[in-house]
Design a protein around this ligand. Structure first.
Ligand code: C5P
Length: 229
């Protein structure tokens, strides 16, 4: 019997090392990488571009019905296109970073994203990074990780990338929103990356994943509970 796709959920704070490590883990396993933050960023970028007031919940909810998006998988990575365009650079500007937590706090936006994100298993086994993957998007997966690092260390990493950002403010918005806030989900393995190199973090993640994959294989004949999409 064909097994359901494996979903590896990697949640955590901004600049905790989620992206670097999720990409490395996906490459090592040959799985498809999904950056859910980029999906929220794409919506924030679209709203800014369309002059939609980022504080206007109704207008943003209406935009969800209007924008023409597609989930694309290329080179083992999934992203959203809008009218066939992939705004890869635009979604990383500081204007988009500041707008995205506001858009991400809207319940209709989260419901829309949840639908799209659950569809990603059509691309096979995935490593999905975000804030609520283990708690809300794929709560049934047995592969859940939560990455964090001290605020000082995370700010230092952002600065090293040439980005000056108020991470404390973004943390506050992400952890205090009413719907699907960033939180440690039941069964997740916590990893504090403050004093770890990316190589050490990837190694640890892979060790834990291989352990769980071996257990899953031993339970042959059983399937995980990823719902039909
Ligand atoms: O991961 P990244 O920093 O690109 O995410 C940008 C923002 O998107 C986060 O600060 C958060 O507001 C939102 N986000 C979210 N849920 C996710 C992924 C990102 O609310 N699963």
């Amino acid at each position: 019997m064909k097994e359901n796709p494996v979903v590896i959920a990697i949640d955590g704070t901004s600049a905790s090392g989620k992206s670097t490590n999720s990409k490395r883990v996906a490459a090592a396993l040959g799985y498809t990488y999904v950056d859910t933050g980029a999906m929220y960023r794409t919506l924030a970028w679209y709203c800014l571009q369309q002059n939609i007031n980022i504080e206007d919940t109704k207008a943003i909810t209406a935009a969800l019905k209007k924008w023409r998006t597609k989930l694309v998988c290329a080179d083992k990575a999934v992203y959203l296109t809008v009218d066939g365009y992939h705004p890869a650079q635009e979604i990383r500007t500081s204007a988009t970073s500041a707008a995205v937590p506001k858009v991400a706090a809207i319940p209709a936006v989260r419901a829309w994203m949840k639908r799209k994100q659950r569809q990603c298993v059509k691309f096979g086994n995935i490593v999905m990074e975000g804030r609520d993957i283990g708690s809300e998007i794929f709560p049934e997966t047995e592969f859940k990780f939560y990455l964090d690092a001290s605020l000082d260390e995370r700010s230092r990493r952002r600065e090293a990338d040439g980005i000056i950002e108020n991470l404390a403010e973004r943390d506050k918005r992400d952890t205090q929103r009413a719907v699907s806030p960033l939180m440690f989900s039941l069964g997740a393995i916590p990893i504090n990356t403050s004093e770890m190199t990316p190589e050490e973090t990837t190694k640890l993640l892979l060790e834990k994943i291989y352990e769980k994959l071996a257990k899953r294989q031993n339970k042959s004949g059983t399937t995980n509970k990823t719902d039909e999409i």
